[in-house]
Design a protein around this ligand. Structure first.
Ligand code: NAI
Length: 290
């Protein structure tokens, strides 16, 4: 099936990046978010990020205007009746995702594909909840979506070959490299990465090193472009905690979330998006907050 119109539900960190990448690749996109402030904020972010691309010369001003003209936003799912693909990027909470799928049941056309950007929840489980398991697939993008080259594709038990082939074709059109992961918690990348991020927080909590020494150690010692604490702040500490809880329940004790991570989330210190995590983003450049 050819994909022309894409719905993106959830206009947060990932949703605005997915919408940006999709309109830049020529798709018509409807960006949906039920929270009043989210849509203007997402549109401002997309515009700012495209302006940056124009300034760098990787996008022309005409292409930017054409891309933005392909983007519309909506507070509900009603404009998705003719969408060929809908990508859900709402928070990593099963009940929220389930409610979204329910609201789509009478809206989507029969042949439409539904995808989740989930980081850790079983695609087979989400596919069953969606009521369209053959047309359901995991499309796991990476942040920031317009820059990151990877798309991790996961089939649920009942995902049809045609759905999987459409996902592979989409990756090509978005200029992403696709890898296929089996439907196991965290797929390939997060299963490995989130354990590293959580372990950095455990090391900080146990006083093995400071924020700076842990991040500098992993940047210079393991050649990582970002330190794990900086990266955890970038991902969002509440998102990391949700993921670790799923891993802990499904993969066992080696994935137990750090008590310090739980404390930060309880405090509302979610990282970059709230201005405070392991770094304080009120200062420029951000400085270690401990
Ligand atoms: P976020 O919290 O930045 O954005 C979620 C958005 O969903 C918010 O704008 C919120 O207003 C909206 N929302 C909440 N309930 C809604 C509803 N009922 N209807 C419509 N919109 C609703 O979260 P983020 O980080 O973008 O994560 C979204 C998904 O992407 C999660 O499943 C997460 O695990 C996954 N993911 C996150 C990555 C990251 O680096 N943060 C990377 C890859 C995947």
């Amino acid at each position: 099936m050819s994909i022309n119109k894409i719905g993106v539900i959830g206009a947060g960190l990932m949703g605005n990046g997915i919408a940006h990448a999709a309109v830049a690749a020529g798709f018509d996109v409807v960006l949906v978010d039920s929270f009043p402030d989210a849509l203007p904020k997402a549109l401002a972010t997309i515009t700012k990020n495209m302006d940056r691309q124009v300034a760098k010369g990787s996008l022309t001003a005409e292409a930017k205007d054409a891309a933005l003209a392909r983007l519309i936003s909506s507070k509900d799912v009603s404009p998705l009746t003719d969408a060929d693909l809908v990508i859900e990027a709402v928070p990593e909470i099963l009940s929220i995702k389930e409610a979204i799928y329910k609201s789509l049941k009478d809206v989507l056309k029969p042949e439409a594909i539904l995808a989740s950007n989930t980081s850790s929840i079983s695609i087979t489980k989400l596919a069953a909840l969606s009521g369209r398991p053959d047309k359901f697939v995991g499309l796991h993008f990476f942040n920031p979506v317009p820059m990151m080259k990877l798309l991790e594709i996961t089939r649920g038990l009942a995902t049809a070959d045609t759905t999987y082939q459409a996902a592979l074709a989409l990756a090509g059109k978005l200029n992403k490299t696709a890898i296929t992961a089996n439907d196991a918690p965290g797929f390939i990348v997060n299963r490995i990465l989130c354990m590293l991020l959580n372990e950095a927080i455990v090391a900080l909590h146990e006083g093995v090193g400071t924020v700076e020494s842990i991040d500098t150690g992993m940047k210079l010692g393991a050649n990582h472009p970002m330190g794990p604490l900086e990266l955890a702040d970038f991902v969002g500490l509440e998102t990391l905690l949700s993921i670790m809880k799923v891993f802990h329940a499904e993969l066992g004790d080696k994935y137990r979330p750090s008590p310090l991570l739980i404390k930060y989330v309880d405090a509302g210190w979610y990282g970059r998006k709230t201005g405070r995590g392991f770094y304080d983003y009120a200062s420029n450049p951000p400085r270690a907050a401990l």
